[in-house]
Design a protein around this ligand. Structure first.
Ligand SMILES: Nc1ncnc2c1ncn2[C@@H]1O[C@H](COP(=O)(O)OP(=O)(O)OP(=O)(O)O)[C@@H](O)[C@H]1O
Ligand SMILES: [Mg+2]
Length: 341
């Protein structure tokens, strides 16, 4: 994604993320509630010698869904198979994966809301009875052959749990809703990352990065990398000055808003006088997919109280006007921003 927000951008970025992924629940920072819930669920399954219940991980990008899926497999000592919704275009794709699982395997389906409908239906039966029906032939002569599967644990991840059909959502024994991280938690993530990367960064510099990371560990780690780059190139230490300079260079403001966040707010504020604005109009105005706006940009803007969702559309809050130094009546507010969009 060109926005630098959600998805990893390059091979280097992926390797970097991999190196920093916590391996156990104990190493996983924050999300206390979810951690406790998962711990209990895994322990109960281990004591009863059965596969853990199916688990759905829901929340905005970069909060640790993939990381948790890996931890679930690791902590329960089971192999992990990874696939994703977009890779499952036909029921047959899913049948191939399901029928080759080894007993007890953890099957991780990322972006599970993007799986084909026909596969979803196959998954219902597989999750419930560890069985699928394979259709052979076409038309009047078609028959279905039942196939027993090895017991497995499905871990699904989604940035849009609202898009999952109810029958699928209901078949998960547990849904973990990941929340944005508090600044002190992100600081812990950064302390750990800096130690792993052997970077010597001032503590208050880490605190500053935390405050600008949109409540998201992936972004915190990424900004840390930009600060490191800056310090290396300028030959400066990694202190507060380096953080401020590096983040200004990368267009990350004091609240952690980046270019796309600001573009969205500017459309709502100056083009639509604070809203309400419909999601699609908003998406077209900033040249992004509606899905990206809804699952990546909005949750954070709503969380920090700049935007609210109403049945008629998105509306800017009073703090939004204030953060952008505008008032609803400001004459010429629109021209102030036109050039930036
Ligand atoms: N609780 C945590 N503690 C420490 N680091 C974390 C935590 N959560 C996430 N991270 C770091 O953030 C990075 C991104 O996390 P992850 O890939 O699990 O996010 P995700 O929710 O799967 O995102 P997406 O929806 O984009 O797939 C990881 O590389 C990991 O280093
Ligand atoms: Mg992921």
């Amino acid at each position: 994604m060109a926005t630098g927000l959600g998805l990893p951008e390059s091979e280097a970025e992926l390797a970097f993320e991999g190196a920093l992924r916590p391996q156990s629940l104990a190493e996983f920072v924050g999300q206390e509630k979810v951690r406790g819930q998962l711990q209990l669920l895994l322990q109960a399954a281990a004591m009863q010698n059965r596969t853990p219940d199916h688990i759905l991980l829901a929340g905005p990008p970069g909060l640790g869904k993939t990381t948790l899926a890996m931890i679930i497999a690791h902590e329960s000592g089971r192999p992990l198979r990874m696939t994703s919704g977009p890779a499952i275009q036909h029921a047959g794709d899913l049948a191939a994966v399901l029928s080759s699982l080894v007993p007890g395997e953890v099957l991780f389906i990322d972006e599970i809301h993007r799986m084909a409908r026909s596969a979803e239906e196959m998954l219902y039966l597989a999750m419930e009875d560890f069985r699928i029906d394979i259709m052979v032939g076409k038309g009047a002569g078609a028959t279905s052959i039942p196939l027993d599967l090895s017991p497995f644990t499905l871990v699904g991840a989604t940035t849009r749990s609202g898009m999952l059909p109810n029958p699928l959502r209901d078949r998960f024994g547990f849904t973990a809703h990941l929340e944005f991280y508090e600044n002190h938690e992100l600081e812990q993530v950064l302390v750990r990352a800096a130690a792993l990367l052997e970077l010597n960064v001032e503590r208050r510099a880490l605190a500053e990065i935390s405050g600008r990371s949109r409540g998201t560990p992936r972004i915190a780690n990424r900004l840390l990398r930009r600060v490191r780059d800056y310090a290396v190139v300028k030959g400066s230490g990694a202190g507060l000055d380096a953080v401020n300079a590096a983040l200004e260079l990368y267009d990350v403001d004091a609240l952690g808003l980046d270019r796309l966040d600001r573009a969205v707010m500017q459309v709502v504020l100056s083009r639509f006088d604070g809203g309400p604005v419909g999601l699609n109009t908003l998406a077209v105005s900033v040249g992004e997919e509606a899905e990206t706006i809804e699952s990546v940009v909005e949750p954070f803007l709503v969380r920090i109280g700049l935007l609210t969702r109403t049945p008629r559309g998105r509306v800017a809050t009073r703090s939004a006007w204030k953060h952008f130094g505008l008032t609803p009546e400001t004459p010429g507010a629109a021209t102030l921003f036109d050039g930036d969009l």
